[in-house]
Each structure stands twice: as structure tokens, then as C-alpha cells.
Design a protein around this ligand. Structure first.
Ligand SMILES: [Zn+2]
Length: 415
């Protein structure tokens, strides 16, 4: 091992352990915070959320935190097994023994890697849906639907991912030192096209999307769309209740394929006023161009990542420092994919902060075009019915939460 290699290895291990310990510490703080106020519903929610519902949220959050802490530790062990445990090296030897062309070797390596990762993740998913969610009454998924979902996901990733990978490897081989730039261009074009394709081709493989039929809600929403100047007719109800009782709403797609999607679970609990206010919030994201901004940020981060990988790709130290003996285009991509989040986790709180700011801005927009009291009551209902605790540990929230805390959000809304 050279000095540089030892140095990179030390940084890597320090970051891996820092991330794990930091996240476990935050989990512990959040757990303590929630359980400290389990006997009383904090104001201003004491009128709208019953103690029983508050305690259910605390128990649900605690169960998710404890299983999450175990999984986080387990994922760290898997990461170390892939790298220093020799997992990637073993995979590399297996692929090399086939003496295939670079593209075939890459397809083989990624396929084996993905199948192993899926095999590892299946017990986790089974636990999450059929034990955790089931225990708190949220699960609607059947084993049959679960298997179908997994198979569809697998086929879809293979159909989309493998050709994309083949082209990237071809780019790496053909363009030498500038490959990272062309690979980034390809990924960006791919991401943009998914924006169009996801709502019309991919999402319908997993859920049914039907037009809104409730006349009262429909009239209210159409009037809202007109007030806001939103030209799409794309308002859909998704059969989320096939899998879960959790409710949500989101905005998706660019240009003509833009649409608002409401979970059917949400329509069952919210009044027409509240649905209108929730959609006004989603329109706020659209008018503030939040999807576009998110895309721009992720595209810049990807460009930075590829530029760094373009440089690391040629350095034997990059491979050796992470437990991989031989250099190759596919191992560079695979190794980078395995370790990159350990180097980028410090930006997590910045991205969360940005997202929370966008939520506040969408709330302000909603308050202009719908009744803010309705948005506040809809939010409380969503917290209650999703069993999300209404308060959180401030540090945990700063790091993880893409949405502001309920009390702060409602206070600003009704201010
Ligand atoms: Zn939002």
C-alpha cells in the first residue's frame, strides 16, 4: 500500500463511521424526543389530535427508528464487505474468468451485483411491509402483489439500465480522458426523458390512474386551476390504497404531460376545501419551478461526480484504497456507485434545508389561492392519519426532514 492509498482508506473509513455514528445519534435523539412527550398531545394539536392517535404515532415512529438503526448498521457492514471484505474483488475475478468483451463484462458484473443487492433487500422489504406497516394497520399489500412489484421493478431496471450501461461503457472506452463529460450528457438526456416517460409509461405499470369523479371536489379544483392559470387537464386519482393506507399528493411531468396526482386514500379523509388547499400547495411547487430546480441541482451534482470519477478512474490508488485490486471501466463505475454516498452525506442537511424552504414557499402560494385554514387542517389530518409525530428533535429534523415540522409550518401558514 502506498501512502496515498493508506490516506484515502483512512478518510473513507472515518467518513463511513462518522456517518453511521451521526445517524445513530440523531435517531436516538429523535426517539428520546418523541417518547418524552408521549403522554400529552403538544399544542396547538391538542384540540385536533386525540391522545390515542398521538401515542400511536409515537409508537410507529419509535418502531421505524429502531429498525432503521439496525438496518443502517447492517448496510454499513455490507458496504465494508463489498469493499475491504473483498466482495467486489471476488465479483471482478468471476467476471474476468469469463474473458468477455468490456461491455459484456460490465453487463455481467452489474447484473450479478444487482441480483445480490436485491436478494439482500428482500427480507428488509418483507419486514417493512408485512411486519412493521402491518402491525400499525397501514399495510394493504398482499404477498402476490409484492412479488409482482418486485418482478416488474427488476424487469424494468434491466430493460432500461442494461442498455444505458452498455452505452456508458462504450463511451468510456471510445473517448478516453473526456468520457466523463459525454457520460454525463447521456445521463442528463436520460433523466430528462424519464420526466416525460415516468408519468405516462412507468407509473401506470404499478398503479391505476383515473380522472377525479367526485363532482364537488372536481368543480372546486377546476376553478382553482383557472385562478392559478394552470393549463393542464391532468388531474388524476391514484389507487394507492392497493398497497397502503398512507395518503399523499404530488406533482409530476413537464410540458403537456404535467399532472397532479392525488392518492385515493387522501380523498377519503379530506373535505373538498382541504383537497383544494392541498392541490394549491402542489401548484405552488409547479409555479415556483421546484422540479426544474431540483433537476438542475441534481444535474450539477452528477456532473461534479462524473468529473471526479473521470479523474479517479485512472488512479490505481482509488481502487486499492477501497479494497479493489484491478482497474476496469465497470469496476470504476461499480465502486464509485458503492462508495459515493459516504463522501457526499455531509450535503444531506443542505438538501433537506433547501427542500424545507420550497415547502414553505409552496404553502405561501397555497395561502394566496386557497383557504390557508383548510391547508392547516388538511396537514393536521395527514399527520394524524399517516401516524407522523407532530414534533421532532430539531437536529434530527434539520438533517433528515424534507418537510418542515408541523407546528412551524402551521404557525407560519396561519400567521
Ligand atoms: Zn410540498
Amino acid at each position: 500500500m502506498t501512502l496515498t492509498t493508506t490516506w484515502i482508506t483512512s478518510i473513507f473509513i472515518t467518513l463511513v463511521m462518522t456517518r453511521l455514528l451521526l445517524e445513530l445519534f440523531l435517531d436516538y435523539r429523535h426517539y428520546r424526543h418523541i417518547n418524552a412527550q408521549v403522554n400529552q398531545v403538544p399544542s396547538p394539536f391538542d384540540q385536533t389530535i386525540e391522545l390515542k392517535q398521538h401515542q400511536l404515532a409515537a409508537a410507529y415512529a419509535s418502531a421505524k427508528l429502531s429498525s432503521g438503526a439496525i438496518l443502517n448498521s447492517w448496510h454499513t457492514i455490507i458496504l465494508l464487505l463489498w469493499t475491504f471484505g473483498g466482495g467486489l474483488d471476488l465479483l471482478d475475478q468471476l467476471v474476468r474468468s469469463q474473458q468477455a468483451s468490456p461491455i459484456t463484462a460490465a453487463l455481467l458484473a452489474f447484473s450479478i451485483f444487482a441480483l445480490i443487492e436485491i436478494a439482500i433487500s428482500i427480507p428488509e422489504s418483507l419486514y417493512r411491509h408485512f411486519i412493521l406497516e402491518e402491525r400499525f394497520g397501514f399495510n394493504r399489500l398482499t404477498i402476490k402483489l409484492f412479488i409482482f412489484d418486485q418482478l416488474k421493478g427488476l424487469i424494468l431496471s434491466a430493460v432500461i439500465g442494461l442498455p444505458l450501461l452498455a452505452v456508458i461503457i462504450w463511451i468510456v472506452i471510445s473517448f478516453q480522458s473526456t468520457w466523463w463529460f459525454y457520460a454525463w450528457v447521456l445521463i442528463t438526456i436520460f433523466q430528462l426523458s424519464t420526466l416525460w416517460l415516468y408519468p405516462v409509461l412507468i407509473a401506470p405499470l404499478f398503479n391505476k390512474f383515473s380522472p377525479l369523479t367526485n363532482q364537488e371536489v372536481k368543480t372546486r379544483v377546476l376553478q382553482l386551476l383557472e385562478r392559478v392559470g394552470f393549463s393542464s387537464k391532468g388531474l388524476f386519482v391514484m389507487d394507492a390504497s392497493r398497497r397502503t393506507t398512507h395518503g399523499n399528493a404530488y406533482f409530476t411531468g413537464p410540458g403537456k404531460s404535467k399532472r397532479i396526482v392525488l392518492f385515493d386514500t387522501l380523498l377519503k379523509t379530506l373535505s373538498p376545501d382541504e383537497v383544494e388547499a392541498v392541490i394549491a400547495h402542489e401548484l405552488g411547487h409547479y409555479k415556483n419551478r421546484d422540479i426544474l430546480k431540483m433537476l438542475l441541482v441534481s444535474s450539477l451534482l452528477t456532473l461534479t461526480g462524473f468529473a471526479i470519477l473521470g479523474w479517479l478512474y485512472q488512479l490505481p490508488e482509488f481502487y486499492l484504497a477501497h479494497g479493489v485490486t484491478n482497474q476496469s471501466p465497470y469496476m470504476a463505475l461499480l465502486l464509485f456507485g458503492v462508495v459515493v454516498s459516504c463522501y457526499t452525506f455531509p450535503i444531506t442537511p443542505i438538501l433537506s434545508w433547501r427542500s424545507r424552504r420550497q415547502e414553505f414557499a409552496a404553502d405561501r402560494f397555497a395561502a394566496q389561492f386557497a383557504q390557508k385554514e383548510s391547508l392547516a387542517s388538511a396537514l393536521i389530518k395527514m399527520y394524524r392519519d399517516n401516524a407522523t409525530p407532530v414534533t421532532a428533535d430539531p437536529l434530527y429534523s434539520a438533517y433528515h426532514h424534507s418537510h418542515p415540522q408541523a407546528a412551524e409550518r402551521i404557525a407560519r401558514l396561519l400567521d
